[in-house]
Design a protein around this ligand. Structure first.
Ligand SMILES: NC(=O)c1ccc[n+]([C@@H]2O[C@H](COP(=O)([O-])OP(=O)(O)OC[C@H]3O[C@@H](n4cnc5c(N)ncnc54)[C@H](OP(=O)(O)O)[C@@H]3O)[C@@H](O)[C@H]2O)c1
Length: 328
């Protein structure tokens, strides 16, 4: 038996119910993992609200770390007793124990604690594929400006640090002056409070009128139009989230008029489609964390039974950095 969080219908945080579930033996290609910590992500909100619909009843949670209890047939890269972490489908990490497809589960290096592992996999692998693989046609070189929205959030604080390590000038946006200071303290070259300032005008100032080569936008509806104004000709609009709501349909002609812009909508799950790709990206993340170049800031901890409050705080923009659910 295991405690787990489920929803019976899409809706508000009050739909998150703690239930007892039976966890069986892992089938072919699966492992059973006993979590020591679970990561909270904005995608969990989309799953709960139904922006990304799930079959009911639905388990929630996409990120966790713990000890492998048992492995199913055909699993060769993990064994019982291994420390492990993952960020992947299917939802269900808000639980003490669960079954999980082994493909995207990685051994967690001894030097990385369970809470850090649980906090960093989804957000860190996302920062990895954005900054290393989601690039404008002419690539990114040290010294280039990039614009990164929600820079004081979970993905954002990792991206600030990683961009600095790559020599990029990251311009971060955030929803308060305090959050802007946090982004700057974590390596952002500039920070803009987009609740009080016109971020497109500031980006033009900072870049001497040229604009940036790429915008990484997870805010969606509220930032889309102005983000396009921030790009230089042939720049890349990389949209990867909808914290403020989904981007409205748009006419491609606008991209021509604004300078032959490129648009891509990226998702982590395409990048971690294979065991080899997942491990390569995780190795890159583990290395940058173990080197100290990227620190995983766990700014909020909630007991699993307080998951409703955790969701309320995340949606209300009260959190910064990473959030974990703890299991006693
Ligand atoms: N496509 C992918 O592969 C992928 C993977 C991971 C994450 N994501 C996306 O990346 C984003 C960041 O994820 P995260 O888990 O690290 O969350 P987060 O950044 O810690 O939290 C979301 C942040 O978005 C900002 N925001 C702006 N407008 C908002 C609004 N109307 N309501 C709520 N928040 C708003 C808030 O920061 P401010 O107050 O500073 O504005 C808030 O703290 C999310 O949109 C998520 O869906 C996408």
């Amino acid at each position: 038996m295991s405690l787990a969080v489920q929803i019976r219908q899409h809706g508000g945080p009050e739909e998150l119910q703690i239930v007892d579930v039976t966890v069986g033996e892992p089938g072919p290609g699966e492992i059973r993992i006993h979590h020591h910590a679970v990561g909270l992500n904005f995608i969990d909100v989309y799953h709960r609200t139904g922006l990304y619909p799930l079959q009911m009843p639905a388990a929630i949670g996409m990120e966790g770390a713990g000890i492998v209890e048992a492995v199913g047939e055909g699993v060769t890269h993990l064994k019982a007793g291994d420390r492990a972490a993952y960020a992947s489908n299917p939802p269900g990490s808000y639980a003490e124990v669960r079954l999980m497809p082994a493909k995207t589960v990685c051994k967690l290096p001894d030097a990385i604690g369970f809470e850090t592992g649980a906090a960093m996999m989804l957000k860190g692998l996302t920062a990895q594929y954005l900054l290393k693989k989601t690039l404008p046609a002419e690539g990114l070189q040290p010294g280039d400006h990039v614009l990164f929205h929600a820079a004081a959030g979970g993905v954002g604080l990792i991206a600030c640090q990683w961009a600095k390590a790559l020599g990029l000038q990251l311009i971060g946006t955030a929803g308060s002056d305090e959050k802007c200071r946090l982004a700057l303290a974590n390596g952002a070259a500039h920070a803009i409070n987009y609740r009080t300032e016109d971020f497109a005008a500031r980006v033009k100032d900072i870049t001497g009128g040229k604009g940036v080569k790429v915008v990484y936008d997870s805010v969606g509806k509220d930032t889309w139009e102005k983000s396009l104004e921030c790009l230089r000709p042939f720049g890349l609009m990389a949209t990867f989230g909808n914290a403020s709501g989904p981007v409205a349909p748009f006419a491609p002609g606008a991209l021509g008029a604004k300078g032959s812009l490129y648009v891509t909508r990226q998702t982590l799950f395409t990048h971690i489609a294979t065991r080899e790709a997942t491990q390569a990206m995780a190795d890159d993340l583990f290395a940058v964390v173990q080197s100290g170049a990227v620190k995983i800031h766990i700014e909020q901890r909630y007991a699993l039974r307080d998951v409703e409050q955790a969701h309320r705080d995340l949606e209300a923009r009260k959190t910064t950095g990473c959030t974990v659910l703890t299991l006693s």
